[in-house]
Design a protein around this ligand. Sequence first.
Ligand SMILES: *Cc1c(COP(=O)(O)O)cnc(C)c1O
Length: 411
Amino acid sequence: MAYLNENYLKLQAGYLFPEIARRVHEFCEANPQAAKRVIRCGIGDVTEPLPRAAIDAMKRAVDELGKRETFRGYGPEQGYEFLRSTIAQHDYRDRNIDIADDEIFISDGSKCDCGYILDILGDQNKVAIPDPVYPVYVDTNVMAGHTSRVKSDGSYENILYLPCTADNGFVPERPREHVDLIYLCFPNNPTGAVASREQLSSWVEYAREHEALLLFDAAYEAYISQPGVPHSIFEIPGARECAVELRSFSKSGGFTGVRCGFTVMPKTLLAKTESGKKMPLHPLWHRRWSTKANSVSYPVQRGAEALYTPAGGEQVRALIDHYMGNARILRAAAAEAGMTAFGGINAPYIWVKTPDGLTSWQMFDRMLRDLNVVITPGSGFGAQGEGYFRISAFNSRDNAEEVARRLERLC
Ligand SMILES: *Cc1c(COP(=O)(O)O)cnc(C)c1O
């Protein structure tokens, strides 16, 4: 009999979203009337249709594939030049950030890139992960065999958790000890926090002192509304020597189902061998894509490219304005109901302190039972998320307004 990968058996059972689904299902079975009123502000998935520019570009691309003269087979493993140069120009060089076209790698999304990137990194790395956090960073490390035992509080031995609390504004402090690999996500899911230029500079400084690597997840970059907040880790001098950036069209262009994102892998970024020899990661990343994958489909890459056209850009802006309008309504309603609310200004998530000392799951049950609103319990994102819950602004305006009205009843 073949052996299985036992690392998968170390993954925590009762993963957050299945448990939410189970409780919602149970409630709806028991309360068929209330079930019709349930509004989901839980899972962080977009709700509004794709931008017109992307739809038209994808249709045109499919038609091209249908004619012998314009048919295309395998594309470049790293992604088409037309998309990589558009990204490098608009997202980086237009903002005075020095990124070359061939430092962009097109992928089927940032979630996927989180898993893929571990292919080219050593198993010896000491990993630091913020808490609370997007669960993918921890779980991909578990699957890759980078963790040993699970402790009784659900955390893993040999991961260094970086607490993100109201006291530090949900931006983790640099560890006192040495780590090799650090995950950062700004604007943040689940807290909605952003890091200032000074805070990111301090992390770049740490990474350079320790020859560590920052994995910077900027999936919500397009939601930044306040001037002065960095959109990319590469705005920070020295980041080209210590950071990889992950970006996605999921939350900007509504591509969660279409699937397209990219990594920025600077050619100046080095890592070392067991014997201490320093080598660039870029060729390994290129090799990983060439051998194991072939980027994403031509129509999808044309769809992503269209988000950068003037019309596409306006449509993306309108989508984000829509979600951020919801965020304003929901954040104000939570505050009105007497709760302490964070986020919702540069990210589509509102991070709320539970009232009356309730646990996150108690608050989840109360919101479901009393308001028929599904939220995400903060404790599902890590131990430091206990006592918080996340409201997602990914919804229709009608639903956001209805949730706001219902929140008044919590007072
Ligand atoms: C939604 C999200 C992503 C994007 O994932 P895709 O695989 O590109 O859809 C990445 N990081 C975080 C923190 C997210 O919330």
